[in-house]
Ligand binder design. Structure first.
Ligand code: FES
Ligand code: FES
Length: 239
């Protein structure tokens, strides 16, 4: 029996496939096989939380998870928090508040806080709730207050952004209706009335009967001109 197994999972949205010993730590799989070195090793014993990642949405200490457990899972590391190279709201808040100092705990702290805010579903958690939620992740530098402030600020900013999006969604149909009211009514092109066709039969009758309509007079004049031209031409021919 082979001492290695093939494990497939999604890492920050991208599919991954690695062949590793089944008991290799997920932390090492991420750092050594996937180049996801954002995840740090602190204690290596499940005490400090520096190695925290999200495994199917749950914050876990990756130093305690064997590779085999990651098969088929969706994993999010600190690298997955910044979408398209832009820091997330939470990361920005950490920078603003000085909540990242030596940085050793920061990846685990950010991932744990992201899971906490996700669970709060738009609510701003209290300072106590945040302290309790982050209790498994240790920080030697910040004294925690800056981290708590950053997480609360990020929750408020996320809520404001959600409210703005909802307001925009609500306003969109009204704006569309207003725009439609302002716009001048579209002109409907009507087919022009068909032109009256000359009634040739009636004109011919009038010509024959000598009635003086404009068409009959014109016709007679043209006929006379043609006859004169014909006569002139035949005279010239005889000479
Ligand atoms: S390194 Fe995993 S909990 Fe400390
Ligand atoms: S910032 Fe240094 S351990 Fe947290």
């Amino acid at each position: 029996m082979s001492d290695r197994i093939t494990v497939t999972f999604r890492l920050n949205g991208s599919p991954r496939r690695v062949t590793v010993p089944p008991m290799k730590r997920l932390l090492d799989v991420l750092r050594e096989e996937c180049d996801a070195t954002g995840t740090k090793e602190g204690c290596g014993e499940g005490e400090c939380g520096a190695c925290t990642v999200l495994l199917d949405g749950r914050a876990v200490n990756s130093c305690l998870v064997p590779a085999a457990h990651a098969d088929g899972a969706a994993i999010v590391t600190v690298e997955g928090l910044a979408a398209r190279g832009r820091l997330s709201v939470l990361q920005e808040a950490f920078v603003e508040h000085g909540a990242a100092q030596c940085g050793m705990c920061t990846p685990g702290m950010l991932v744990t806080a992201a899971a906490l805010l996700d669970g709060a579903r738009g609510r701003v958690p209290s300072a106590d709730e945040i302290r309790e939620g982050l209790a498994g992740t240790l920080c030697r530098c910040t004294g925690y207050q800056k981290i708590v402030d950053a997480v609360r600020d990020a929750a408020r900013a996320t809520r404001r952004a959600a409210a703005r999006r909802a307001a925009t969604r609500r306003a969109a149909p009204k704006a569309a209706a207003k725009g439609a009211a302002k716009r001048p009514a579209r002109r409907v092109k009507r087919n022009p009335a068909p032109k009256a066709q000359p009634d040739y039969r009636r004109t011919a009758t009038k010509i024959r009967s000598g009635t003086k309509t404009r068409a009959a007079t014109k016709f007679r004049r043209a006929a006379r001109t043609r006859a004169a031209a014909k006569k002139q031409a035949s005279g010239k021919a005889r000479r």
